[in-house]
Design a protein. Structure first.
Lengths: 174, 435, 895
């Protein structure tokens, strides 16, 4: 049971809300962090913690696009395709990734390292084209940058090109 | 180039400013909270904010002080404050910067708001993708609590003010305030029908104020410098203060620019933004986020305040200004936005749920050169059947781009349809649903 | 109750399409319109559900409001001017909503079971052009298996979420999930699992289109081919109104309309999916006569003559008291009335008993003794209006699902405080669990209910939450009870029940503060050892807190079978005459014999346990059993097998060849509830009409006709043209008895009866019922086995309903997961359950609501289980008890 070892965190989360059910997104986030996706047993566990029925958890999970009901690759590449990023070349980014990894959108590399998705606006329209990889943002992408990011991630599991805390444009030195 | 005093971005633009509590305090932070707790009554705070003319920065532009005034007096409680940090409107990325770079500014604003409306518990609903922002806020809350600005007995006043970060999980609609409340209650983020309004039946059916991040960030400054001061900035009486405009698209220097409301678009796009990215001239711009109808070069001298933009047939919305150069196909641009709306429609009410899928398919057909002459009429009619008949304002939002591009660039639709007529007959095309 | 004055100021006047309406403040525009005959089309609105305003079909124009408003979510205001049909704008908006809905609708009406009674069809017919400009692709959902009895066709769904809201708000089950977002939202259960729920059929009934339908009747009909017959469900005492839908004399489906009956259109699985019992192939189609070890089908004449002859012979040789009769509480009032008249008037004996004896009698007897009436003094409306509800041993959802719905509504919608004394633990499961809604839950073992009731009583006295009048006017009564309770220490109560004194005090406080307090008692009281005493003590609780005579307050025993209450009132219990007077009452007997024109015996009637004893001793020679199956219901330890074997003559009048009927000399085929007319009386005491929906199956005949025919053959003719004539006779005999009507008129406690009770009668058994009978703790390897009613079954009768068998086809041993784990058992394991009386083997199933140390087995299945049950009889009411026992459980390892 995934929450067995997380009792204290669960308690802390529950304490924030007067109504238990409010803790559903935080708990689902925790579950997904643990397992990489939201499993059926996790949903059942959460239902139990929150006094809900499993269908009530399930309906909530499926409303929010950040939850996966099936395992995905170790790195989830989410390229924003909304208009603002599209204006500055997000379709190219998708193309570069597809070419480099040999997968189509929605697919996972055979070694389960990368899953590619296109998503709607991630709130970094001024620094597009951009993508989110797991928790991190990568902005103002170029083909060369994308190549480095993928290489670094595959090799080291991290990449120094991630951005934030965000400020753009940077103030000019006075 | 004109120089304007920055209010919200001022701290963070100072060299070395990290947004930590000591940095914020050094810049005069939490003085406003002290003032309020020491010298003011909740009603006085509301009065000051009313006087400032501050209007919500989340999109609808509702006067903030008036909204606070709707909270029932002497309510036995609890009363809640929710800070709307869902920032998901395409073209908008200001709240992200305000949160990540100067979190205490909005926390102080929230603490003051809690005092004003009598809330003890407050949530920051932040979109799930902003993991970094959430972490930074959590840390800032920790700092503030340790220093006595939050928690039990705030600054020895006996008041309790708790702020919690609540992360969303990927749903634009949760920026709509009642959907936000549903989501915060742990449900699917479906907007509620109104009335009743959150001011009386909000979170857990208790009186609740929902305010945008930028709105909150303005509060300490208004307290420190007075309502009159704020009301003198921008284009009073209806559009007071500065706004952080988010510039994106085909410009040289995209990014967040804080300017007084009322400067013309031309100034933002050409002076601050450095003008068009390439040598192609400007063809179109969106003045206030994805939901705002498109404007044309003719509108470059429209003043960036609520009324002027409305008069020009659009809205200032969330402050996201997106610029498109000559050569951008307007049907394509419209399709991209409509795909967004299709993807994000919560599905609660019929016109929006069915309308978005119908619109997106029709636009895909036209863009794919399979349009029919009558399709433009169909688009217009569908928009007419959605706007004004939905549960929430998403319905109005989604028709804006379509109707405005048909209005200004009908010929581009017609050209694509013409081509279709020449090449192959109208037919069905397989749709890829991306949910 | 609002006074007339208030009511008037609370009215609001408005105009809808030029018609003026005056409606209570807060009424929704859509409802106000309905009242003046303006029908506003809608999908998502339903008066039972909170408005969601999602379909946008009900838009109306309201003067002074710029936009169209949804009439389903807008309350009326004074002077409001509403335009619906009169507004072009509105008409256009509705058209467009339909256009949107039809865009993704498959238009498969020819193969849709809703076709012909579909809101979407009707509105389309009214509003839309026949051609749509929609030429895009329609959304298509992958078909997934949903459940054995409910089918979904999500392409037809209009996403009004009525089903989901019903499942949550009315049923409190929450089994349906709207999954996904936007236009790709579909209704599912959990993941790809099949639906697991109460199967009330509510989602089918409330779906405005054909997205959720019944698999039992799929593709079998077009709605316009169906003949409707309004009747009453034959399963439990709640007495739901149902509509049989028949085609060519075949039962196609059952449903219930919103607003109809005491159930207001809600049903449970038994009512909705259980109707096939009437058309089961095993139905008896002709009379049978035993020849050696076999039955021979015969003509009615032959069978009836044989019965008449044998009964006459036995009466002549051994006297009338050598014959007994037993009838089921599933028969109509008319059946029971004629049966007891036959037994009393033609045979000349009071040896009559019925299924009332299995528990309901504890209820009515106690009511009679304390408040002088054998009926509820409250109704379902009082449950809804209650501010405090106390449920004792009801397991209400499974025994009386609709009473359960009333409790849920009272708690969830109207803010009543619920107190429960139940063995169940709060836990969410596929079937709703009333204790989840409880404010004060006393989770005590089923043999400690009596102790818990005493705990509350003691706390009431400790808290001085006593009616001052009782204290002064009935000081002996009060002091005697106080003294009894004084003698029981808190530590003993706490020890027996595991509940702290402070919890009792809190509950007592809540109880005493209640203005409208209703106590519901179920099988945990009525069918459990000491049941009569518990009922009496609950009445004491009402009396002492001054609530017994207060309007809206009362104790309500829940009847198990659909006509238990009527059966008692019709004289279906030997020592009670029709109308409820004791058969020892000379006056009553005289009146009856005058009316009937024949003598009425004055002997005390024998109860079923007494008849069993008498038969075993050879004193009772013949038994006439109508629709009862004691061999299937009672444990072997009752001696029933031996008793039946000893009988010289056994007649069974039945639908099926039951275990009991197999022992009969003559078996007479009877009509089921779907094939006869008559009336039944529900648990509240409301009289309702049962109507014939299909022709009698085979040669079967309504029960009363058989008794009537026998009476003719036995030279004491009781002939009737039809049930109406019987009804008239009953009514003349018992003036002031119930009549058919919209709702029950609850009876009032009789002050003289109460006076008698508090002055002396209470003393009769005070000592025995105010004593703590210690339930010895079971050794740790043992556990308490309780047999209980399942939501999906009713007696053994429902085992012939194919829909219900699909939902539950075998008995399983329910255990708490922790308890099972402790014993090394998992879901689906085979186990042996044993005690000194016998053993059986079964399968383990895990349910979190079962308390630790307990196992539950549904009473409907398996003769073997009964072997394990000890049998005891209530000394006061002769109710047989056999629900609880101690067992050991051993895992069976596959060899
Ligand atoms: C579809 C939709 C999406 C919205 N998204 C956001 C959002 O992401 N952030 C936000 O602050 N307000 C958003 N709003 C506006 C909120 O409903 C609400 O008006 C606002 O949070 C109020 O705060 P303010 O008065 O400070 O602007 C949205 C509104 C609609 C109709
Ligand atoms: S307008 Fe769209 S987003 Fe708003 S409630 Fe209706 S379906 Fe949901
Ligand atoms: S009935 Fe009013 S919106 Fe559906």
């Amino acid at each position: 049971m995934i929450f067995d070892t997380l009792q204290q965190q669960v308690e802390e989360i529950l304490a924030r809300y007067p109504v238990k059910r409010s803790a559903i997104l935080p708990l689902l986030n925790m579950a997904q962090e643990q397992e990489g996706y939201v499993s059926e047993s996790a949903m059942r566990e959460i239902a139990k913690i929150l006094d809900l029925t499993p269908p009530q958890v399930f309906e909530t999970v499926t409303f929010y696009t950040m939850f996966h009901l099936k395992p995905i690759g170790k790195f989830h590449l989410q390229v924003c395709k909304s208009l603002m990023c599209a204006l500055v070349g997000s379709d190219d980014v998708v193309g570069w990734i597809q070419k480099k990894l040999g997968i189509a959108t929605g697919q996972t590399t055979p070694d389960n390292t990368f899953t590619l998705s296109v998503v709607e606006c991630l709130g970094s329209c001024g620094t597009g084209p951009m993508m989110q990889v797991n928790d991190d943002y990568y902005e103002q992408l170029s083909e060369e940058k994308v190549g480095r990011i993928l290489d670094d991630l595959k090799r080291d599991g991290i990449c120094s090109l991630k951005t934030g805390p965000f400020m753009y444009p940077q103030p000019l030195a006075k | 180039m004109a120089q304007y005093e920055k209010i919200l971005l001022n701290n963070m633009e100072q060299p070395g400013y990290t947004g930590s509590l000591p940095d914020y305090e050094r810049a005069g932070g939490y003085q406003a909270l002290r003032t309020v707790l020491k010298d003011m009554q909740p009603d006085q705070v509301i009065e000051v904010v009313k006087k400032s003319g501050l209007r919500g920065r989340g999109g609808a532009g509702f006067p903030t002080g008036v909204k606070w005034g709707f909270i029932p007096k002497d309510h036995p409680g609890p009363i809640y404050l929710c800070c709307n940090a869902d920032e998901s409107e395409p073209g908008t990325f200001k709240d992200r910067q305000l949160m990540e770079r100067d979190p205490h500014q909005m926390l102080e604003g929230m603490a003051i708001t809690c005092f004003a409306i009598g809330a003890q518990t407050s949530y920051i609903y932040i979109r799930g993708e902003f993991r970094l922002g959430a972490k930074i806020l959590e840390r800032a809350i920790q700092e503030a609590s340790t220093a006595g600005y939050l928690g039990d007995n705030v600054l020895g006043s006996g008041l309790t003010i708790n702020i919690f970060v609540h992360q969303g999980a990927g749903a634009y609609i949760c920026g709509e305030e009642t959907a936000l409340l549903e989501s915060l209650e742990g449900k699917r983020g479906l907007p509620r029908f109104k009335p009743p309004f959150p001011a009386t039946h909000g979170l857990y059916q208790k009186p609740t104020v929902v305010n945008n991040v930028e709105t909150m960030a303005n509060i300490p400054h208004i307290i420190n410098r007075g309502g009159e001061w704020f009301a003198s900035i921008g284009s009073p009486p209806k559009s007071c203060g500065t706004r952080v405009f988010c510039l994106s698209g085909h410009v040289k220097r995209p990014g967040n620019y804080e300017v007084p409301m009322g400067i013309p678009f031309r100034e933002l796009i050409y002076d601050l933004g450095g003008g068009m990215r390439s040598d192609k001239p400007l063809k179109a711009f969106i003045p206030g986020g994805a939901s705002a109808p498109f404007l044309t070069p003719e509108h470059l001298d429209v003043k960036m305040d609520f009324e002027s933009v409305a008069l020009a047939g659009s809205m200032l919305g969330s402050g996201g200004v997106t610029v498109m150069e000559e050569g951008t196909n307007m049907v394509w641009a419209t399709l991209r936005l409509t795909e967004f709306f299709y993807h994000e429609s919560c599905g609660k009410c019929t016109p929006c749920r069915e309308g978005t899928s119908w619109l997106v398919q029709t636009l895909q057909r036209i863009w794919g050169k399979r349009g029919r002459p009558e399709d433009i009429g169909v688009l217009e009619e569908l928009c007419g059947n959605i706007a004004g008949r939905t549960v929430c304002a998403f319905g109005e939002a989604l028709v804006g781009p379509i109707l405005s591009t048909i209005k200004h660039w009908r010929h581009e639709y017609e050209a694509l349809i013409q081509e279709a007529q020449g090449t192959r007959p109208a037919g069905k095309e397989l749709l890829v649903f991306t949910h | 109750m609002a006074t007339t004055n208030e009511t008037q100021t609370d009215l609001v006047t408005l105009t809808i399409d030029g018609k003026s309406a005056r409606v209570p403040k807060g009424t929704l525009v859509i409802e106000a319109a309905r009242q003046v005959g303006v029908m506003i089309p809608h999908f998502c609105y339903h008066p039972k559900l909170s408005p969601d305003a999602n379909c946008r079909m009900c838009l109306v124009e309201i003067e002074k409001i710029p936009r169209l408003q949804t009439s389903c979510s807008t309350p009326v205001t004074e002077g409001m001017v509403v335009k619906s049909a009169n507004s072009d704008q509105v008409q256009a908006a509705r058209k467009s909503v339909l256009d949107f809905i039809l865009a993704n609708h498959p238009l498969d009406c020819p193969v849709c079971d809703q076709g012909g009674r579909c809101d979407l069809q009707d509105f389309s017919h009214e509003y839309t052009a026949t051609t749509s400009r929609f030429i895009e692709l329609k959304r298509v959902f992958q078909k997934e298996y949903f459940s054995p009895v409910i089918e979904t066709q999500m392409n037809r769904c209009v996403q009004c979420l009525r089903c989901v809201r019903y499942c949550d708000q009315v049923m409190d089950v929450k089994a349906l999930a709207p999954v996904g977002r936007g236009t790709l939202t579909e209704i599912k259960s959990f993941g790809a699992h099949e639906l697991d729920c109460e199967f009330c059929g509510g989602c089918i009934q409330i779906c405005p289109v054909g997205a959720i339908t019944s698999r039992l009747s799929m593709y079998e009909f077009r709605p316009w081919m169906l003949k409707r017959t309004d009747s009453i469900c034959g399963y439990c005492g709640d007495g739901c109104q149902i509509t049989f839908q028949t085609k060519n004399n075949d039962l196609i489906e059952v449903n219930s309309t919103h607003g109809a009956g005491r159930n207001n259109g809600d049903l449970c699985a038994r009512g909705y999916f259980g109707y096939h019992v009437s058309v089961h192939p095993d139905r008896l189609t002709s009379p049978l006569i035993r020849e050696n070890d076999d039955f021979q089908p015969v003509q009615w004449e032959e069978a009836l003559e044989l019965v008449a002859r044998r009964l006459s012979e036995i009466k002549a040789t051994h006297g009338p008291d050598a014959i007994g009769g037993l009838i089921t509480g599933r028969c109509t009032n008319e059946d029971v009335y004629v049966f007891q008249k036959f037994m009393r008037g033609v045979i000349g004996t009071n040896h009559i008993d019925s299924s009332v004896r299995y528990g309901h009698l504890n209820g009515v007897r106690a009511l009679q003794r304390v408040q002088g009436t054998h009926q509820w003094t409250v109704s379902f409306e009082d449950i809804l209006a209650a501010d405090v509800l106390l449920l004792v041993g009801t397991n209400v959802t499974e025994t009386n699902p609709i009473s359960g719905l009333k409790v849920k509504e009272a708690v969830k919608r109207r803010g009543a405080q619920l107190m429960t004394i139940e063995a169940l633990e709060p836990a969410i499961g596929a079937i709703s669990n009333i204790v989840n809604l409880s404010r004060h839950h006393f989770g005590v073992k089923p043999d400690a209910y009596a102790a818990a009731i005493l705990g509350i009583l003691k706390a009431v006295l400790d808290q001085q939450a006593v009616d001052p009048e009782i204290r002064t006017k009935a000081s002996d009564y009060f002091n005697d009870i106080a003294a009894q309770l004084e003698a029981i220490s808190w530590s003993v109560i706490e020890g027996e029940t595991g509940i702290t004194a402070s919890a009792y005090k809190e509950a007592a406080e809540t109880f005493a503060k209640g203005q409208k307090v209703v106590i519901l008692a179920g099988p945990g009281v009525l069918r459990t050892s000491g049941g009569f005493g518990m009922m009496m003590n609950l009445l004491d609780l009402l009396l002492i807190t001054g609530k017994l005579t207060k309007r809206g307050c009362g104790l309500a025993p829940l009847a198990e079978e659909n006509n238990d209450q009527g059966t008692f009132e019709m004289g279906g219990v030997g020592d009670v005459l029709p109308g409820g007077k004791p058969s020892r009452d000379g006056e009553a007997r005289k009146a009856l014999s005058q009316a009937w024109g024949c003598p009425v015996p004055d002997s005390a009637g024998a109860s079923l346990p007494q008849m069993i004893e008498a038969a075993r001793k050879g004193q009772l020679k013949a038994l006439y059993i109508v629709g009862e199956n004691p061999l299937g219901s009672l444990p072997p330890s009752s001696g029933i097998q031996e008793a039946l074997e000893k009988l010289e003559f056994l007649v069974c009048q039945e639908l099926f060849l039951t275990e009991t009927a197999k022992n009969a000399h003559v078996v007479l085929p009877a009509c089921s509830y779907a094939e006869k007319d008559g009336t039944v009386t529900n648990t509240e005491g409301h009289l309702q009409a049962v109507r014939r929906a299909i022709d009698p199956v085979g040669e079967s005949r309504p029960d009363w006709e058989v008794f009537s025919a026998l009476s003719v053959l036995m030279d004491n003719s009781m002939e009737y043209v039809d049930v109406k004539e019987i009804g008239k006779e009953i009514h003349n005999l018992l003036p002031g008895t119930r009549t058919l009507g919209p709702g029950p008129l609850p009876s009032k406690p009789d002050p003289s009866a109460i006076a008698r009770y508090v002055s002396s009668e209470y003393k009769q058994d005070l000592g025995s019922r105010y004593r703590m009978t210690s339930c010895a703790p079971s050794p740790s390897d043992q556990m308490t086995l309780m047999i209980s009613q399942s939501l999906f079954h009713s007696g053994k009768f429902s085992l012939k309903a194919k829909g219900l068998m699909q939902l539950e086809s075998e008995g399983k041993l329910y255990l708490h997961p922790d308890e099972a784990a402790r014993r090394g058992l998992g879901d689906g394991d085979r186990v042996k359950v044993l005690n000194r009386l016998g053993e059986m083997s079964t399968t383990v199933s895990l349910r979190e609501r079962i308390p630790h140390g307990m196992a539950v087995f549904p009473e409907h299945f398996d003769q073997e289980m009964r072997r394990l049950l000890p049998y005891a009889v209530d000394p006061e009411t002769q109710v047989p008890y056999y629900r609880l026992t101690e067992v050991r459980i051993e895992k069976v390892t596959a060899s």
